[in-house]
Design a protein around this ligand. Sequence first.
Ligand code: FAD
Length: 289
Amino acid sequence: MKVTDIMKKRMSFSFEVFPPKAEQSMEPLLDTLEHLYAYKPDFISCTYGAGGTNVGRNMEICKAIKESGKTIPVTHYTCIGNKKEKIREELETYLKMGVNHILALRGDFPKGWQETRGDFDHANELVEYIRTNFPEFCIAVAGNPEKHIQAGSLKEDIAHLRLKQDAGGDYIMTQLCYDVKNYQCWVEQIRKAGVTLPIDAGIMPVLSKDPTIRMTVSNGCSIPKELAEIIGKYGDSPEDFKKAGKEYTVKLIYDYINMGIDGLHIYTLNKWQDVADIIKNAGIRSIKE
Ligand code: FAD
């Protein structure tokens, strides 16, 4: 079963996790995964350190998800520092493990880099390479509802998204976006530009002040008034901030579902307890406790 087959029938529901650093134990994340499986996600995606840092850990996590038999693993993969030969080897390894879902990305440049230093400059080239050489993969591509921060204009960015569709992308996974009106407007614009792929909406839970500000600002995303008020009001009180942030996230999820999305993808930040509270309050998945 492919993620896109699920999306044809109903809204998919999924999580994202990130691997521990090489020197850290795998146990906490393996435990987190066990808790996340209880919510019967359609897939769990695992991030990939741009430049291939920590790729071993990404593979271990994807393998553990596959071997659990509980859900579909989706690996993220980037162009940064990756030459075709290495890409071929790694993609063959994923397929041997039974991982046939991939999010094909350019990746964020490590500090001081201004190019990928690999064989592909942009995600559309990686998508084309995968589609041509490894047709078994179901390929997701990134979408930026408020424009990728390096793009000259939204129009240009949407034209680049179209290139990823034309190269063989199967569905879009979106960057965090707290402004649902901007999201809706972007969906209208990409459809007008001929982008027809299903869209999996990425939800970044609001759990603490500094990461929320850092992630929105570094991606050039808006902070709507309601979120700004939470930051202003509870910024010095982490407990109150988290409580208000979770309520805000639940409302955001409702807004996205009401808009009519093809998939709901929660960036868990590896914090299963907070995510469990949000899911419970949003009433999207129930489990026996
Ligand atoms: P691209 O599609 O290549 O776009 C990058 C920029 O170049 C954009 O401004 C675009 O408009 C422009 N562009 C695109 N194609 C062309 C072209 N052919 N010619 C000229 N300009 C072009 N990063 C990681 O390192 N690891 C992860 O695991 C990871 N996971 C992510 C998960 C999700 C759901 C999302 C949305 C992002 C994730 N990222 C991750 C971040 C991502 O790598 C960055 O946003 C990166 O800066 C751009 O990646 P992209 O695939 O969108 O690149």
